[in-house]
Design a protein around this ligand. Structure first.
Ligand code: ASP
Ligand code: MG
Length: 436
């Protein structure tokens, strides 16, 4: 049994939906499949905006977004189903009516609750369209509501999964379908929404942006799947963002640990939460291109053999480097460090890199409009503080064969840190500023 996850870009228009159906059709005869689907194209962003307008009681803008979303989904359906009386149209009408009905009421004051209620519509309607289309081309399938599969707490917008309940639920609900041998002809096919969960009280929750990868991992974990495939608009995992570096290389095979490290340092291809459940059950993860489904893509499994074959580059921009000095003659030791860490933790600022000497502590972190000034203000109560803004943090995994000069291009390096596997550089660029 395998789990496939398709992202928003893979179902953005009728042509893309047909392509996804084609992939499923070709891969499906090898055994049962669970399909996890995101919202179509940029639907989640639009629904986020709709929710913001709802909360602001800006009816005009809210209804404009609603109309646009409804039209674009019906447009995709029209491109796929030639019969205007096809039942999918009334299913979609009903889903949009439920949303319409909800947003014409008064908003409550819990933004995150309203967000999950509204934004989850994107995945509900995308799965309705795909499920109906697969049936249309002869691929019988079962559409399951993920709210009843992935059980979470009520921490809306970033809900935490109840692993025991979710595992039990997913097995109880999906296994009877996936192991149904009475269904002849083709192996069973199940479809569900990524990103969405539900509480035991029946409230809708979401798992955080880009959470559909995580849903695929949760389901694979619960069902002891043989493999997860994430279908993307890139060839697989690359050793750098092709928008930043030319001549990127495909990572054919890396270990779970390496993928977790890459995600930790800021590589964005896979949602970081996805890897741990797969690692714990040793379920391989493939990242493949939906545009070139016959290419192998990248494989993430236990094999560490190829982890250090090529250097990987991760770039983070808009970084702040802060240097902190005790006001008295004390050294940077446990007491000062614990104060510094307490300030960072209180303001929710995560350090991307840290280093200390006898009399100073330096840390690099993402600049944030509100958090950064508040943190600096608090640090200054107990320490002398200097900081530079608008810096670049370059992380190079397996830097042995990397061309560092090309990365730095004569720019000033403010801080450099090396472990056996990882090199990190904090680099100034034209826009950098410093402040005492
Ligand atoms: N649709 C959600 C988002 O865009 C979840 C996902 O795509 O993974 O964040
Ligand atoms: Mg997405």
């Amino acid at each position: 049994m395998r789990v496939f996850k398709f992202g928003g870009a893979s179902v953005k228009d009728p042509k893309s939906v047909r392509n996804v159906a084609e992939i499923i059709k070709h891969q499906h005869d090898t055994g049962p499949l669970v399909i996890v689907l995101s919202a179509m194209g940029k639907t989640t962003n639009a629904l986020e905006l709709l929710c913001a307008m709802f909360m602001e009681r800006n009816k005009t803008s809210m209804m404009a977004i609603f109309d646009q979303l409804k039209t674009s989904h019906l447009q995709v359906a029209k491109g796929l189903f030639s019969d205007p009386n096809h039942p999918v149209f009334s299913v979609l009408e009903q889903s949009f009516y439920q949303l319409y009905y909800y947003i014409t009421e008064e908003p409550g004051n819990n933004y995150n609750y309203e967000y999950d209620r509204i934004v989850s519509t994107g995945e509900m309607v995308s799965t309705q369209i795909l499920s109906a289309y697969l049936k249309e081309i002869g691929l019988h399938n079962y559409l399951f509501n993920a709210q009843k599969l992935v059980i979470t707490d009520a921490n809306f917008r970033d809900a935490r999964v109840d692993w025991i309940m979710s595992t039990r639920n997913i097995r109880e609900k999906l296994l009877p379908f996936l192991t149904n041998i009475e269904e002849p002809i083709l192996p069973p096919l199940v479809i569900t929404q990524g990103f969405i969960g539900g509480t035991t009280q029946g409230f809708t929750t979401t798992l955080g942006r880009e959470g559909s990868d995580f849903t695929a991992a949760i389901i694979a974990y619960a069902l002891d799947a043989s493999e997860v495939v994430i279908w993307k608009d890139v060839a697989g995992l690359l050793n750098a963002d092709p928008k930043i570096l030319r001549n990127t290389l495909l990572l054919n095979n890396i270990s779970y640990q390496e993928a977790i490290e890459l995600a930790y340092y800021g590589a964005t291809v896979i949602h970081p939460k996805t890897l741990k459940p797969l690692l714990s059950k040793n379920i391989p993860l493939r990242v493949k291109s939906f545009e070139q489904p016959n290419k192998a893509g990248s494989l993430i499994n236990q094999n560490e053999t190829y982890d250090n074959l090529v250097p990987s580059y991760i770039f983070k921009y808009n970084q702040v480097l802060v240097s902190i000095f005790p006001m008295d003659f004390s050294f940077i030791a446990e007491e000062n460090l614990s104060r510094i860490f307490a300030d960072f933790a209180r303001h929710g600022v995560r350090m991307n890199l840290m280093q200390n000497s006898a009399i100073s502590f330096s840390a690099c972190f993402d600049r944030d409009k509100t958090k950064t000034p508040a943190l600096l203000k608090d640090l200054k109560k107990n320490f002398h503080v200097k900081h530079n803004s608008n810096l670049e943090l370059v992380t190079v995994r397996h830097y042995g064969k990397a061309n560092i000069d090309e990365l730095v291009r004569g720019r000033e390096v403010l801080l450099e840190q090396k472990s056996r596997t990882t090199l990190q550089l904090v680099v100034k660029n034209d826009a950098s500023t410093s402040c005492k």
